[in-house]
Design a binder for this molecule. Structure first.
Ligand code: AQP
Length: 336
């Protein structure tokens, strides 16, 4: 009997160890990563090199790379199914980055809104890495010939650039890179800051109350939600334009309970914001508590973490070096 084995599509995604992971990172990325493992061939990367585009305290960056790995494992990344590695452990990324920099145009890189935003946020450190970040991101994706890249809205411009550069390279030399598509997950809602619900919740925010960390304890989680900035009309209704704070809390509650916005509005009808905020805090803590317990166990086992990263880097390098060798040959670098 003829057997048809359809090859799984390959996914690449990364997260910067630029701070401890927030609830935004969990809802928008990590939670989905675990689910994608069944249907796709997944490569997940702790993007330590990308984190360097903003000044980092070396000891903190080192510690956070280890913590990030432990958290990803605790949140369900299974190394029997997926490849988990640190970006700097696979040198082919930076090697391909150079080739792609030489195939990216100054004008294209100048148009990237993240470059403009981060330059404005760190005017004293508008470095070359920040400018060429999208070329490194393109290298991260193209080196594995990833078919799909789960991205938030903030990353679609970078993904488009990766496609442009891949296409340019394929036309200039010969077909080499797969053109990656964005993979938008249904539940990848953008979670907003608790202190300014018009801004994205970000791990590098200076205000500790603006975010929930995945490893915050229950009391901290509930306290932060109690303080969340909302509005004064006292009605629980989903309206991102006029009620961004309440709508953000409703989105979070929806993710963990599966209840629709109408059901949430009905559940808290006439009960006031205080009750609702505590309820949101409780469902978030219920979801994060078991992950945290696992995280603490894994974090205590340095050998396990190091071994995971080592094996991940070996497997990723094998795939990445294959692409890099082809690329080096095609652009005319002398082979010995
Ligand atoms: N608030 C958010 N809501 C939904 N998804 C989010 N992501 C980040 N914040 C939210 C998703 O998390 C993944 C990893 O992000 P990253 O580490 O590459 O950097 P980022 O998007 O810049 O995340 P942060 O937390 O805002 O980091 P900093 O403060 O260092 O810039 C991505 O898939 C992202 O969409």
């Amino acid at each position: 009997m003829e057997q048809t084995t359809e090859k799984k599509k390959r996914i690449l995604s990364g997260i910067q160890p630029s701070g401890s992971f927030t609830l935004g990172n969990y809802i928008g990325a990590i939670r989905n990563w675990a689910k994608l493992q069944d249907d796709f061939e997944c490569l997940y990367m702790v993007a330590d090199l990308h984190a360097l585009t903003v000044r980092q305290v070396p000891a903190d960056l080192r510690a956070r790379t280890k913590e990030a790995t432990a958290m990803l494992l605790a949140a369900g990344i299974d190394t029997k199914e997926s490849i988990l590695f640190a970006q700097s452990h696979v040198p082919a990324h930076t090697q391909l980055n150079w080739i792609l920099c030489c195939n990216s145009q100054f004008g294209e890189l100048s148009r990237m809104t993240q470059f403009k935003d981060k330059s404005a946020k760190h005017p004293d450190n508008v470095n070359g890495g920040l400018f060429t970040y999208p070329a490194l991101m393109a290298a991260d994706i193209l080196i594995y010939n990833a078919d799909l890249v789960p991205v938030g809205q903030d990353q679609t411009q970078h993904l488009e650039l990766a496609r442009t550069v891949a296409n340019r390279f394929n036309n200039a030399y010969s077909p080499t890179f797969t053109l990656p598509d964005g993979y938008i997950t249904k539940e990848g809602a953008k979670i907003m800051s608790l202190t300014d619900p018009t801004k994205k919740m970000s791990k590098s925010d200076d205000n500790q109350n603006s975010f929930i960390l995945m490893n915050d304890d229950r009391d901290t989680i509930v306290r932060k939600f109690k303080r969340a900035v909302t509005d004064s009309d006292g009605v629980i209704r989903f309206d991102t334009e006029n009620k961004p704070g309440i709508s953000n809390l409703m989105s979070i509650y929806n993710v963990f309970t599966g209840k629709s916005m109408d059901e949430i509005a009905a559940e808290f009808d006439g009960r006031g914001y205080a009750d609702f905020k505590v309820a949101v805090g409780e469902v978030v803590a219920d979801a994060l508590d078991p992950i945290n317990a696992e995280y603490e166990k894994i974090l205590a086992d340095k050998a396990y973490i190091d071994n995971t990263l080592k094996e991940g880097a070996q497997m990723a390098s094998k795939l990445a070096n294959r692409t890099l060798t082809k690329v080096y040959k095609k652009v005319g670098l002398y082979q010995i």
